[in-house]
Design a protein around this ligand. Structure first.
Ligand code: SF4
Length: 51
């Protein structure tokens, strides 16, 4: 289980100082179904815009 999630997306509602994610859990998805060949093909689906 990921304990300390670091994230640089600072316009997300869950983003906190120090590039920390304050969400209780995050959901990471792939652009290519259920597999990915590299990190560029993954995304955080939990993202919500802060405003
Ligand atoms: S929910 Fe996703 S995009 Fe938002 S701060 Fe956490 S890891 Fe980053």
């Amino acid at each position: 289980m990921a304990k300390d999630v670091l994230c640089e997306v600072n316009n997300c509602a869950y983003w906190a100082d120090g590039n920390r994610c304050d969400a209780s859990q995050i959901y990471v998805v792939s652009h290519k179904g259920k597999q990915a060949d590299n990190s560029q093909e993954t995304d955080c689906k939990t993202f919500e815009p802060s405003i």
